[in-house]
Design a protein around this ligand. Sequence first.
Ligand code: GLP
Length: 231
Amino acid sequence: MKIHRVKSAGQGQALAAELFAGISDESPDSPVGLATGGTMSGVYSALATDGFCPKFSDAFALDEYQGISPASENSYANELTRKFTEPLNFQGKIHVPGQGDYAGQQGPKQFEKTITKLGPLSVQLLGIGVNGHIAFNEPGSSFYSKTRVVELHQETIKSNLVYFDGPASMPTHAVTQGLSTIKQASKLLLLVLGEAKEFALSKAINYPDESTPLAALLDHPGLELITDLNY
Ligand code: GLP
């Protein structure tokens, strides 16, 4: 694992944007992997500020809430349209699990087929949840998991509830790429920024088992960690 130590979240997001742009430009025929959440918003803003023009034509999202309309502000499909497609004038397609061609019972299988057909991804952007989740692979997920529907942990519901009107509108399930699906990407750019993530990072490194999904990534030869933590 290559480690980039940064002094602040902003510096980490700017570095991630620079690395993402460089790697994806080197392999314009390969798709990329996008992520969502507060950490990634800063990466996409930095890409826009840098005037980045995507050369790739396909991007894959990591996850999506189960059964949510892409018109909802809380859907990850919607978030990627607002934060990636529109500001960067991306003309290609973002494949989102659980949405469009990937909705319904056969959706996860279809998503796997498409990612295998168009992949491998040149680079996958990744953040982590406070419980060490990767995408929506919650603690206990198999390191060999594929794209599937999962139940969200209480801790995830608690931390993501701030984005919803209340518990009644917060989904309890999601569709997520599996840990082994994510590891098919040639490079993984993992951002672990802020004290809230320190426990999960330290646990993954010191006790790498299925109780911390982040641990599944540590043996990936193309893993680059960007962190402001002294774990
Ligand atoms: C969600 C996403 C994860 C993301 C996490 C962290 O739960 N499913 O893919 O890593 O949020 O988000 P933030 O960057 O806002 O802490």
